[in-house]
Design a protein around this ligand. Structure first.
Ligand code: NAD
Ligand code: UGA
Length: 465
């Protein structure tokens, strides 16, 4: 297949948050491989080929510019690139199903199936197919059936190679992964395909961090990893409620608990709840799988992680209402941050969406500020009834507001001039820190009523203004 210039040709179907960055990293480390990232969206591909990349991720742009046009290409010419590729990564979206059987829980596999059919129709030689998307355990079996249906001459070897990067640190995570997981069939062709993929990753990943398993363990490990991470967040968030009524401090509890090396300190930051495109969807998928296999108590156990996350967001709004004299009608509330986490413009399943909707139902007036996510925020809240202003400048967003609700722990929010902000706000001025990100004592000293997660409220008895 490959021409002389390149050792191998890689195609990646899906030019999103995973496909774009993962292929950029591979292209950077493997200049002798041709890497083409493909998508059905012409707009997305045009953005990848422009100076305004479709996603914001620290370090991404430099790396794209380094390889683009050399060995990294972005294209909509899917059929030709499938035909020419030796290895095809599948990184299309796998959202939660919104219709029919399993709606609200099961994965909608239509994009995976469309991709498989397109690969089958356009392949004239054997290929390695790599599942990069997060999919239900045993999805490779379905993929195999579609790829091999009515076709005896071409062999597709399916590997599972789930992606563990987190947004905002995606490039760092991919360049320094805790592990690269490769699942394959335990057959000579499965092992040969696995070795081909190892050849790529071993350019920058040490052998101890290259883990190989059977296909099903690899598929399931991805869902379980996300479930365990989300479960830790829900665990500490559940304790934050208890801290608020007992004068314990959730950050101190998390530090004390996390010092136990069997527990560890990471992912114990209490907050307004987890967001992002995957935790909710992947846990729902796990719950659905457990129900499908008749393991109801297991399904209920994992379902509780989501129930706790929803409760945390509701509880935050309830606390806002209670603190602001049980009404926010016509009060201006400045939302600091809308992205589901800092260093990304991604707002998918961001707690800010739910909290905005709840506040608008209470007839608050919202002014949303975020350094990278305002466009997405606008799309998320399109058609929602109520007054919403989008304002890039946090000082302007806070002007005349009754309250600030911090939703995303952007670094720049730490160093704002809160004295100036306080002076421009209505009094009493409330600050609800949904990420325990700011210096609460300093804000209290300036005159704010400060409410945070899992900590006692700091309420002014005499309004100093
Ligand atoms: P995304 O929505 O950003 O990108 C998916 C892309 O696939 C879109 O651009 C879409 O147009 C394209 N696409 C859909 N069907 C197609 C088809 N038939 N042919 C060509 N292109 C098609 O999604 P994402 O965030 O990159 O996630 C992709 C997968 O990776 C999901 O399964 C997700 O669970 C998983 N994952 C995501 C992350 C993350 O941080 N976003 C991390 C790990 C794993
Ligand atoms: C998560 C996982 O961390 C990745 O390993 C995985 O590859 C990815 O999902 C995926 O499959 O999509 P991501 O959602 O990008 O990555 O970001 P995280 O850093 O995990 O944060 C998710 C949410 O949890 C954010 O809203 C964040 O604010 C919240 N969080 C995180 C907390 O509330 N507390 C914490 O201690 C950590």
């Amino acid at each position: 297949m490959s021409d002389n210039k390149f050792v191998k040709k890689i195609a990646c179907i899906g030019a999103g948050y995973v496909g774009g960055p993962t292929m950029t990293v591979i292209a950077n480390f493997c200049p002798d491989y041709q890497v083409t990232v493909l998508d059905i969206s012409q707009e997305r591909i045009d953005q990848w080929n422009s100076n305004e990349l479709p996603i914001f991720e620290p370090g991404l742009k430099e790396r794209v510019l380094k390889a683009r046009g050399q060995n990294l290409f972005f294209s909509t010419d899917i059929d030709r690139c499938i035909d020419e590729a030796d290895i095809i990564f599948v990184a299309v979206n796998t959202p939660t199903k919104t219709f029919g059987e399993g709606a609200g829980k099961a994965v909608d596999l239509q994009y995976i199936e469309q991709t498989a059919r397109r690969i089958k129709e356009n392949s004239k030689s054997d290929k390695i197919i790599v599942e990069k998307s997060t999919i239900p355990v045993r999805a490779a079996e379905t993929l195999g059936k579609i790829l091999h249906s009515g076709n005896n001459s071409i062999h597709f070897e399916i590997l599972s190679n789930p992606e563990f990067m987190a947004e905002g640190t995606g490039i760092h995570d991919m360049e320094n992964p805790d592990r690269i997981l490769i699942g394959s069939m335990d057959t000579p062709s499965g092992q040969a395909a696995r070795d081909e993929l190892i050849k790529i990753y071993e350019r920058w990943v040490t052998p101890e961090n290259l883990i190989t398993t059977n296909l099903w363990s690899s598929e399931l490990s991805k869902l379980v990893s996300n479930a365990f991470l989300a479960q830790r967040i829900s665990s500490i968030n559940s304790i934050s409620g208890l801290c608020e009524v007992t004068e314990a401090d959730v950050d101190e509890v998390a530090r004390a608990v996390g010092k136990d090396s069997r527990i560890g300190p990471k992912f114990l930051r209490a907050g307004v709840g987890f967001g992002g495109s995957c935790f909710r969807k992947d846990i729902l998928n796990l719950v659905y799988l457990c129900e499908h296999f008749g393991l109801q108590p297991v399904a209920d156990f994992w379902g509780q992680v989501i129930i706790m996350n929803d409760y945390q967001m509701e509880r935050f709004v309830q606390r806002m209402l209670k603190a602001m004299f049980n009404s926010v009608v016509d009060k201006k509330i400045a939302l600091f941050g809308f992205a589901f986490k800092p260093d990304t413009g991604d707002t998918r399943d961001s707690p800010a969406i739910y909290i905005s909707k709840m506040l608008l139902k209470e007839r608050a007036r919202l002014c949303i500020t975020d350094p990278h996510a305002l466009k997405n925020a606008q799309k998320d809240l399109e058609g929602v009834e109520g007054e919403i202003v989008y304002e890039p400048d946090p000082y302007k967003a806070a002007e005349g507001a009754h309250a600030i609700a911090l939703m995303t722990e952007w670094d720049q929010y730490k160093t704002l001039d809160y004295k100036r902000i306080f002076e421009s706000m209505e009094k009493p001025a409330f600050l609800f820190d949904g990420r325990n990100h700011l210096d609460h004592q300093a804000l209290f000293d300036l005159g704010f009523n400060v409410h945070s997660i899992g900590k006692p409220d700091r309420i002014q008895f005499d309004d100093p203004s």
